[in-house]
Write a protein that binds this ligand. Structure first.
Ligand code: FE2
Length: 271
């Protein structure tokens, strides 16, 4: 359970950092399971690459129908212009998503132990739904940048309710691409929505074209085991990983089932 001070900090800053939230056994369980899943994964002939920097990011069927599946997305730099891998398979994956919280027994067990809905309720979600999970790798040397964004852009409800739970499975710092955030920036209006386009694929709908707050990003350097809770409108970012160490993290997003989930959100799930 959060203290009154922690709730106050979340409301003031738009995020909350809690050390030692996930223990070593739980971290190892998630990282070992991810390794097994990648071992079993047969790369398809067309490679789906995850990036939030493209104006209309890869929105092929494999990505768009991953809301209730466990799927694998490659680092952009893991595949060269001829379609050949530049690194071994285990080092090629950007993330696994987006429904291991519902489909995989190891993830399910650890996530149950982590009790995110209890925190979600303390932060204002009345009826939490565990909607999206991601195992993020930030692979050594090639882990891609994730541009400045607000999570409600991708998981939009009316009224907005998205809260992100990000746990460091490994130490995260400036060298390997830790999270960075505009402290207090969650009062910024939602800039855009990433949604299904009427004629297929996806598009960004601009909601507010004013600039981001004129404020530098704060580095959220954390040790393995730390939980960072992110308000859905908090602008946050992570740089490319140019170090020799990965920066694995697991994230899960909650939305409030009392709020209306947009029918044209990119992520649609039947579970
Ligand atoms: Fe995010």
């Amino acid at each position: 359970m959060l203290t009154a001070k922690q709730i106050e900090n979340f409301e003031k800053n738009g995020y909350l950092v809690i050390k030692d939230y996930i223990n070593k056994d739980q971290r190892d369980a998630l990282m070992n399971r991810a390794k097994e899943l990648i071992d079993d994964f047969e790369p398809p002939s067309s490679h789906s690459v995850f990036t939030t920097n493209e104006q209309e990011r890869t929105s092929d069927e494999y990505f768009l129908s991953s809301g209730d599946q466990i799927r694998f997305f490659f680092e952009e730099k893991a595949i060269d212009k001829n379609g050949n891998f530049t690194v071994p398979k285990q080092q090629s994956i950007n993330k696994i998503g987006h429904a291991q919280h519902a489909l995989d027994p190891v993830y399910k067990q650890v996530i149950k132990e982590l009790n995110f809905p209890v925190i979600g309720k303390q932060l204002g979600i009345k009826d939490p739904r565990q909607l999206q999970s991601m195992h993020i790798f930030k692979q050594p040397s090639i882990g891609g940048e994730v541009g400045l964004h607000q999570d409600s852009t991708f998981l939009y409800t009316t009224p907005m309710s998205c809260i992100g739970f990000w746990v460091a499975l490994e130490d995260a710092n400036i060298e390997n691409g830790c999270l960075q955030a505009i402290t207090g920036g969650h009062s910024t209006p939602l800039k855009k929505r990433f949604k299904l386009a009427a004629d297929g694929g996806t598009e960004f709908e601009i909601l507010d074209d004013s600039p981001w707050p004129d404020q530098s990003l704060d580095l959220l350097e954390v040790k393995a085991g730390t939980l960072i809770v992110l308000h859905g409108q908090l602008p946050h970012y992570s740089a490319a990983n140019t170090s020799k160490r990965s920066r694995q993290a697991f994230s899960l997003h909650l939305v409030d089932q009392n709020c209306q989930y947009a029918k044209d959100n990119w992520l649609q799930s039947s579970i």
